[in-house]
Design a protein around this ligand. Structure first.
Ligand SMILES: *Cc1c(COP(=O)(O)O)cnc(C)c1O
Length: 238
């Protein structure tokens, strides 16, 4: 990593924080009400740790293998490590002791396995349920119509604790359209909160990435997941 790229990361980090603060204020909240999680796929641990030294305190990986390969190097004394990608049931065991939150639960089978593996190590794992808000085929997440049923089923699992919802809306070329998806998510989030389901807490609404985190906050996101705007374009060749 060159000094040039590190100074870019520093510049980007400050800028993103300012925009988060601005959007938070516009939506009647404070900067502290919004969690800035850095999506760290393809980013070297030393660069991630540099961002942590600037104040970043939440990081998220989306591949089990990559998380494991970097795990020993992250500065986890100063940041929470989360899993944000699609998770296969047979890999749960490898990460359940390492992450503070799994953002991508979308089936009873996966939730049951997380619960089972958590109980084995005497832990209760916090999770978000991922919603496929655009009802896109071949995309992870439960469709909105099936969310209530899934929540009821997983509420009974003793090794997990549902903390909210996560979503990756369809790629949109216009702000109005993407805002509509975020607004739908917020309505679902509020609707579920109001039902006061046992063992289900709705405190985290994770939505918004580099291209649209500002809009997501305006529509109620409490956590944004930002990758390329912070670290630069991803290099998948490494
Ligand atoms: C990569 C990733 C992000 C961030 O994407 P950018 O567009 O680079 O900000 C957010 N969420 C998930 C689940 C990701 O895998």
């Amino acid at each position: 990593m060159t000094e040039r790229s590190l100074s870019d990361v520093e510049y980007n980090y400050k800028l993103i924080n300012e925009r988060i603060a601005e959007a938070a204020e516009k939506s009647g909240r404070k900067r502290e009400d919004i969690t800035f999680l850095a999506a760290t796929k393809t980013v070297d641990a030393d660069v991630i740790n540099y961002a942590i030294s600037l104040g970043l305190d939440h990081i998220g990986e989306n591949k089990v293998q990559e998380l494991l390969s970097k795990y020993e190097k992250y500065d986890l004394a100063h940041a929470s490590l989360q899993f944000i990608g699609h998770l296969q049931t047979n890999k749960v065991r490898q990460i359940v002791d390492k992450v503070d939150l799994i953002q991508s639960v979308d089936s009873l089978k996966l939730a049951s396995e997380i619960s089972k593996q958590s109980l084995k190590i005497g832990k209760k794992t916090d999770v978000l349920v991922e919603v496929n808000i655009g009802r896109e085929e071949n995309k992870s997440g439960v469709v909105p119509e099936q969310l209530d049923e899934l929540l009821c089923q997983i509420a009974d699992l003793e090794g997990i604790s549902v903390k909210g919802l996560m979503s990756i809306p369809p790629i949109c070329d216009n702000t109005h359209k993407i805002s509509k998806y975020f607004d739908n998510m917020r309505n679902i989030f509020i609707d579920i909160s109001s039902k006061k389901l046992d063992n289900i807490s709705m405190t985290i609404l994770s939505m918004g990435m580099s291209a649209d985190y500002y809009e997501a906050i305006l529509e109620g996101a409490t956590m944004v997941r930002v990758g390329s705007s912070l670290f630069g374009a991803r290099d998948y060749s490494k």
